[in-house]
Design a protein around this ligand. Structure first.
Ligand code: NDP
Ligand code: 2IT
Length: 451
């Protein structure tokens, strides 16, 4: 980065931090993007004159509300919920809902900001948004989750709509929660319409949506290897998390002939030196998707596997890492360990799983580093396809959706190569994704004038 670019980045970030005090995750996400975009902005006075970066880092609006619900003992409980409608320049707001005790406005702003770029990269007409609550679904009964979801939708319904804002799942929000939310919307509005994605297959959901983020993340990784004449077949993979994204990343990696050595949850990680196979994956799906159990149960069942309590999998030597749990789960030191151990690729299934210094380390080491907004865009892309099917009142089969997903991931990869290739042919996917995602949104904003 030139000295002038650096000075401009710091100047911009000082203003952003002043306007958004204490929102460290949001600062982090904006800084990463600004580092990539500043040279382009300095070269294009029209973006500067229109204050595009200042406007793109300010959400269109944020809705904050209380969700009161009743637990199984008859106690009243209250949580805070948000919907951050970040940017609808290229389509209605679109993005997931997260239920986790760690949720704050800063986290939802970083996610909504990232979502705007990610959705732009998919090539589909979707703006960026994100929402959620500090509600903790862990340990709650199905009835408690149902009452919470009903109460949340009782407020949220005023702010969403198929041409306005279309939420979906994220951490802590899966098929069960989307069903409760959709049921309440339908009852309140007397409308059966695509206001949420990730719905059940019998009520407007898309084939392949459940698998889409994980499959897409592996497709993206395969595209990165293919670009240099290789494939992921036979490669040793580290996966973190054991939720929706992790499970279907494991499934696709196995299908493509890779060896998966690890997965994790918030209690620790599993290292299986023999690799996860189809039978073990079936066990894991039942453990996590049906029984909502804990990671150590895998090691109780498969004796060669080790459970490492309170640890993350990044010390295990491997060829590819797929971080699929949560933000900032790869520290600078862990990134350096991965590099030292010879990692060839990192494909981010989770949003912002690598700290900024770690991402810098990956790019400097010239490994294949697929940042979240490119690598995990398959989920929202198939959400976009779900919206299309809802609007057309028909449903495509698995093959059709999967073919479209593959095409979209190929096209995202191509955009990263177009905008991120350096002189020596190294592809800086961070730069490529940020620039490609930005241009479409920025040009729409320029066209609108002072909106
Ligand atoms: P799930 O709720 O299905 O799974 C989350 C997994 O990550 C669980 O194994 C969970 O462990 C672990 N995890 C969550 N928070 C933490 C934490 N603070 N520390 C350690 N482990 C944690 O969520 P998803 O799989 O849907 O989401 C995972 C990531 O992928 C998120 O970053 C999300 O934003 C991103 N993403 C999701 C998409 C989707 O379509 N679902 C699309 C694109 C990105 P435990 O159960 O113990 O909490
Ligand atoms: O981070 C994400 O892209 C998601 N959680 C999916 C959003 C969506 O609208 O499907």
């Amino acid at each position: 980065m030139s000295k002038n670019t650096k000075t401009e980045v710091e100047k911009f970030m000082r203003g952003l931090v002043k306007r958004n005090p204490g929102e460290i995750e949001f600062h982090q996400a904006v800084r990463e993007v600004t580092e990539s975009l500043m040279p382009l902005i300095l070269d294009n006075p029209q973006y500067r004159k229109a204050q595009i970066l200042e406007r793109m880092t300010e959400p269109d609006r944020i809705i904050i509300f209380r969700v009161t619900w009743e637990d199984d003992e008859g106690n009243f409980r209250a949580n805070r919920a948000w919907r951050v409608q970040f940017n609808n320049s290229i389509g209605p707001y679109k993005g997931g809902l997260r239920f986790h005790p760690s949720v704050t406005l800063s986290i939802l702003k970083f996610l909504g900001f990232e979502q705007t770029f990610k959705n732009s990269l998919t090539g589909l007409p979707m703006g960026g948004g994100k929402g959620g609550s500090n509600f903790n679904p862990k340990g709650k009964s199905d009835h408690e989750v149902m009452r919470f979801c009903y109460s949340m939708m009782t407020e949220l319904h005023r702010h969403i709509g198929e041409d306005t804002d279309i939420p979906a799942g994220d951490i802590g929000v899966g098929a069960r929660e989307i069903s409760f939310l959709f049921g309440q919307y339908k009852r309140m509005k007397n409308r059966f319409t695509g206001i949420l994605t990730g719905k059940g297959l019998s009520f407007g959901g898309s084939s392949g949506r459940r698998e889409a983020t994980g499959y897409g993340c592996v497709y993206f990784c395969e595209n990165m290897f293919k670009h240099r004449g290789e494939s992921i077949e036979g490669k040793r993979c580290l996966i973190s998390g054991s939720g929706n994204v992790a499970i279907y990343s494991i499934e696709k990696a196995l299908e493509m002939g890779a060896k998966v050595l690890t997965f994790s949850d918030s209690s620790g990680f599993i290292y299986d030196p023999d690799g996860i196979n189809q039978d073990k994956l079936a066990f894991l799906k039942d453990l996590k998707e049906v029984r909502r159990g804990r990671a150590h149960e895998y090691a109780d069942k498969f004796k060669n596997a080790e459970f490492h309590a309170g640890k993350r999998p990044w010390n295990v030597p491997a060829d590819i890492a797929f971080p699929c749990a949560t933000q900032n789960e790869i520290s600078k030191e862990e990134a350096e360990t991965l590099i030292k151990n010879g990692i060839q690729a990192v494909s981010e299934g989770a949003n912002m799983p690598t700290v900024l210094e770690g991402a810098h380390a990956f790019v400097n080491a010239k490994i294949l580093f697929g940042p979240a907004k490119a690598a995990n865009a398959g989920g929202v892309a198939v959400s976009g396809l779900e919206q299309s099917q809802n609007a057309l009142r028909l449903s495509w089969d698995h093959r059709e959706v999967d073919d479209r997903l593959k095409d979209i991931m190929r096209s995202i990869h191509a955009k990263c190569v177009e905008h991120g290739s350096d002189d020596d042919n190294f592809v800086n996917y961070v730069k490529g994704a940020n620039i490609a995602g930005f241009i479409k949104v920025a040009d729409a904003m320029l066209a609108y004038g002072a909106v």
